[in-house]
Design a protein around this ligand. Structure first.
Ligand code: HEM
Length: 80
């Protein structure tokens, strides 16, 4: 099983967490689950600029492996 605590949480860097803190908390299972569809789109550049943003604001777009892992977490129903 793919879980937020084991798999999804470590995908987010402290820079991501700080950058997003005024919108929602990437370290919160509930917040990330609630926005999973939007996050899934934006990491693929759908519905807005690709996230995370390039330096210096962010650490740039994710690798395909990270995207696939997040997508698999969503597909399995966003397990805690
Ligand atoms: C993997 C990491 C990140 C994820 C999953 C993420 C996710 C998102 C999502 C879902 C939105 C849309 C929010 C909404 O419309 O309510 C958003 C917007 C935004 N994010 Fe992030 N973000 C990440 C990293 C960052 C970083 C590092 C910054 C640095 C400053 C940042 C800055 C912003 C800003 C300024 C917006 C509003 C403008 C826009 O929608 O593009 N984010 N992000």
């Amino acid at each position: 099983m793919i879980s937020y605590a084991k798999d999804t949480y470590p995908l987010f860097t402290d820079k991501d967490v700080r950058g997003m803190s005024k919108f929602f908390d990437l370290r919160s299972f509930g917040d990330v689950k609630a926005r999973s569809e939007q996050i899934s789109n934006r990491i693929r550049g759908i519905g807005g600029s690709v996230i995370p943003p390039p330096p210096p604001n962010g650490d740039g777009p994710w690798s395909q492996e990270k995207i696939d892992l997040f997508e698999a977490w969503v597909k399995e129903g966003c397990q805690p």
